[in-house]
Design a protein around this ligand. Structure first.
Ligand SMILES: Cc1cc2nc3c(=O)[nH]c(=O)nc-3n(C[C@H](O)[C@H](O)[C@H](O)COP(=O)(O)OP(=O)(O)OC[C@H]3O[C@@H](n4cnc5c(N)ncnc54)[C@H](O)[C@@H]3O)c2cc1C
Length: 421
């Protein structure tokens, strides 16, 4: 065929257009909506936006303008951090990474139409939806307590005003008073979290209220890093902390927020502070999206964190049921990077690397007395599977413990800049 000039130009333009149409036209960019701007969601949004260099339209839906990390919120209670130091804003995600940050609640997901509805009335279409809404509490988990009691008996298990309230209540305890914690059953957000909190409460009371008592009412027969915490409590806070396990009524304790009492095995105890941490489930929007199971969590495929119910929906962090990883900020951040890589690959054809995950949970017991537990994981067809692990040792020297604490401070700075830029 002989090409005349007109035909040649036309053919060339068509070829160029088909290669670059989505970028040049702007309108056809694939859309990712992320619900929840915490450890999982903020990381996923940032990695997708950064890695795709504008080829993917990323929207992050998060109601709060300042995200207060649960990680290190116990250190605020212990007086090791000020409140402002655990707050982070979304400005850089919008300004530097071009993420459309929408401060609103997601209240509906239509998986057939692939849209998300916001409380403000807007509708967001998506090609891929990422859910990382954290946890919600199970109704009726602790007899006598519901969410309307949270000002009298705070959970402080979503950081922010609840954490400030709990600290204020501890600081206002009468001399020789009693702090009680109703610990949650498994599985729950941050397995060492309640016990690090006990250490931080004890640290504060030891200075300001040395005759005060701490009661842990626990439905579980054992807890994370138990030998290490117990050793630390015996050493730093002797005679202050009492654990009431399931065999002694720890399983079915009830509370009365008006009377400020806890009833254990029929015996009523008056307390001054009662920190109720109820049983947990996936954040409610995961239920609304229809991706949770009868246990209240969202099962996912370990290779990419996609929901077992819908390949266009991904669930990260605490809400997911993924296998062996604990529900932690470190885990959520690690899962988010695997998910971001897979989502980019699916939408732009970029290279997808095999999924690898890791986690470390540090806890502070007393000044410079840090401990940790951690592991590496790989994806199998069945679940995220633990491949190796490590834990601090009982009887470690002071130098090791100090180094462990310092490591945790480095981790905090690293993860928060990985989330928020
Ligand atoms: C006291 C305590 C100490 C902890 N210490 C550590 C630690 O030392 N190390 C560690 O790794 N982990 C720690 N954790 C655990 C860690 O905080 C969580 O595992 C982690 O935040 C989970 O990330 P996520 O993305 O699943 O949820 P989150 O980080 O909680 O983020 C969820 C976000 O979703 C938003 N959201 C919820 N519903 C909606 C909706 N419908 N629409 C829009 N947005 C929504 C919420 O506002 C929230 O910002 C601790 C937790 C607690 C409570």
């Amino acid at each position: 065929m002989k090409l005349n000039r007109r035909m040649f130009v036309g053919a060339g333009m068509a070829a160029a257009a088909s290669l670059s149409a989505p970028m040049v036209m702007g309108a056809a960019r694939p859309r990712v909506v992320v619900i929840g701007g915490g450890a999982g969601g903020a990381t996923a949004a940032r990695y997708i936006a950064k890695g795709s260099k504008g080829a993917i339209d990323v929207t992050l839906v998060e109601p709060t303008r300042t995200y207060y990390t649960c990680f290190f919120s116990n250190l605020y209670i212990g007086g090791f951090r000020d409140f402002a130091s655990i707050g982070h804003s979304y400005g850089k995600l919008a300004a530097e990474y071009g993420i459309n940050v929408v401060h609103d609640w997601a209240i509906g997901v239509d998986r057939d139409a692939k849209t998300v509805t916001l409380a403000g009335g807007s509708m967001l279409p998506y090609d891929k939806l990422i859910l990382s809404p954290g946890i919600d509490f199970r109704k009726g988990a602790v007899q006598g307590w519901d969410i309307s009691s949270q000002n009298k008996m705070p959970h402080a298990y979503k950081a922010g005003s609840q954490t400030q309230l709990l600290k204020a209540q501890i600081d206002a305890m009468p001399q020789g008073g009693t702090y009680a914690m109703i610990a949650p059953p498994n599985p729950f957000r941050c397995p060492p979290g309640p016990y690090e909190r006990i250490s931080m409460v004890a640290h504060t009371l030891k200075q300001n209220n040395p005759t005060a008592k701490i009661l842990i009412i626990d439905p579980k027969p054992k807890f994370s890093k138990q030998a290490l915490f117990t050793e630390g409590w015996d050493k730093h806070y002797p005679d202050m902390i009492e654990v009431i396990g399931p065999d002694f009524g720890g399983k079915d304790a009830s509370v009365d927020p008006e009377a400020m009492t806890v009833t254990i095995d029929g015996e009523v105890t008056k307390v001054d502070v009662c920190n109720v941490i109820p049983a947990m489930k996936a954040g409610k929007i995961a239920d609304i999206a229809g991706v949770t199971n009868d246990k209240g969590w969202a099962p996912v495929n370990a290779h990419d964190m996609s929901s077992k119910t819908d390949e266009n929906v991904y669930v990260l962090g605490d809400s997911s049921q993924q296998g062996d990883m604990p529900k932690s900020g470190f885990s959520a951040n690690s899962q988010a990077k695997v998910c971001a890589n897979a989502v980019r690959g699916a939408l732009t054809g970029s290279k997808v690397f095999p999924a690898r995950f890791s986690n470390t949970c540090w806890s502070l017991i007393e000044n410079d007395d840090g401990i940790k537990v951690g592991a590496s994981y790989e994806a199998t067809d069945e679940k995220i599977k633990k491949t190796s692990g490590f834990i601090s040792q009982v009887g470690e020297d002071a130098g090791t413990r100090k180094a462990t604490y310092e490591e945790s401070v480095g981790w905090y700075n690293g993860i928060t800049s990985d989330m928020f830029g």
